[in-house]
Design a protein around this ligand. Sequence first.
Ligand code: ZN
Ligand code: ZN
Length: 298
Amino acid sequence: MEKYFNAFLDSLMGTLNWTWKSILFDVPWYTNYFWGIIVLSVLVWILEISFPWRKNQAVFRKDFWLDAFYIFFNFFLFVIAISGFYKLLELMFLDIGIPSDTLTLINLQEWPPFLQLLVFFVLLDFVQWFTHMLLHRYAFLWEFHKVHHSVKEMGFAAHMRYHWMENLFYKPLKTFAVMVLGGFEPEQAYIVHFFAIAIGHLNHSNIKLTWGPLKYIFNNPVMHLYHHAYELPEGKKNGVNYGISLSLWDYIFKTDYIPEDSGLVPLGYEGDDEMPTGFFGQLFHGFRYKKKNKKPLV
Ligand SMILES: [Zn+2]
Ligand SMILES: [Zn+2]
């Protein structure tokens, strides 16, 4: 037990040290998530201000500062989550006599780096799509996911407003996906992570983008706005457009829904006025889930 604790502590300290070095620009630029997220945020914000979809939306929209704080809060959790858990799991598997490549279905070792990243990206996106759908299907998961859906006015920073428990819900399938791929170091996939963050920021931004014919592959602000819509279509009351970076899965599994593109659809969910408006209230939201709310409303 002590070994695991030490391994976890080592990786945690390593991450804190790495984050501090990132803040001080003491790491290679393409590995710098801290400044990378800030630069991406400012870029998407400038695009929002220059080409607004909802022309009447304020530059500092409702909950702008709350969501800006979430960017930093969830950034640190993201970095911690990405670092230690894979290693810890690998260690545990080895100790109970299961080599870490037991689950390997595709060995990427000999593949060109670009293809390795592409396979990792597509697989990771699919398991996240699936997890996201579960967050909408099961009431106790939905209680936590409500934090993300409490956004009433959409802007890039809304991307990072989500309950810290979501990191735990997404983890098992993400870890499984990594284990299916042999000979691949997920920690090294900086491009994939930055690309996913950029798409996520854009999906929540006040910019009308659809990517033209590529909309069947890539998620976009028009599609994701309807994921946040207050009113959902008959027969799809659990949710629509679950896509993270790719829209592909929603088209394949028929969970796509884009009735129009004015950008003016009311957002939230029935009962969203009960969501605490401050960060600390939201931090503890979801733990007092009552059985009577059996069916998720959205
Ligand atoms: Zn959702
Ligand atoms: Zn969203």
